[in-house]
Ligand binder design. Sequence first.
Ligand code: ATP
Length: 323
Amino acid sequence: IKKIGVLTSGGDAPGMNAAVSAVIKAAYAKNIEVYIVRDGYKGLVNNWLEKVDINFSQDIISRGGTAIGSARLPEFKEVEVREKAVANLKNAGIEALVVIGGDGSYMGAQRLTEMGINCIGLPGTIDNDIVSSDYTIGFDTALNTVMESIEKIRDTMQSHNRCAVVEVMGNRCGDLALYAGTVTGAEVISTSEGQLSEEEIVNEVARLSKLGKRSVIIVISEKIYDANELAKKIEAASGYVTRATILGHTQRGGTPTAMDRYLAITSAIYAVDQLVAGKGGLYVGLDGQQLIARDINSTLNIPRKDRTQELTTIRLLNSQFKK
Ligand code: ATP
């Protein structure tokens, strides 16, 4: 193998640059040329391919976002659109690709592999919603951002005897909300997989208010309530002045943590090894302490981790309060 490409696709995540950097270094060490693809599959179709040298890998390792750009291209599901991408790659002599993104991106990688371009996927998403990897690249950074935000909100809620509803991104995966609620001692946590009714939340806050709790933090996953409406209902029932904060895209940016960079770099080195071994249609995940490459088709059928027990335990512990 003489030339490979690397692209980032879907939602960006801190650590994607560290992965790109490591793909370049690992390939360079094996005398393989690397082409970056600007803006994911969109760039493949539009022939936005650029050969880079080892120096490109050096200043991006610590940067948030993705320096090579990401995009969504729903048309990539159509075979005629993918044929353009394959033709562009073949014209440039690029034989294989590393695709950094979420499980939607893996579907594109699988289809390209079936069309003769070996692809290996790396789990790049803040959501931690890739079932066969214990953690995804970007999750740890986003979690730390959410934790710091909640703690800042707690300071002012405590000063003013208030309640805060904090909405956390996660694309239908409750991991960021659960972990952030756990590490900040949030009194109420409601996630995509363990959703409380609005009535249950309101009643719980009213109970804490009666007991005289100075501040209350409610962490909720995105897309399950209207955060501002929920805040109004809580205020009416509990007497706390209640404010909603939607963390949104603050969660997506920022300098990647050491753990995200380490996962990104080690999994990128592993991905290049897979391509050199002539493999494709695989994606790299963390299984305990071990990196593994699984068949993309099989991983998409693995059920999500069940966190119900953890959620129940944390809720019980965090709701305790003595008058
Ligand atoms: P995130 O979870 O962070 O949003 P993702 O990789 O799951 O990341 P998607 O928007 O689902 O994000 O997918 C990214 C891109 O992958 C799509 O815009 C499309 O170009 C391609 N893609 C998704 N599904 C398929 C498919 N079935 N066949 C071919 N390409 C696909």
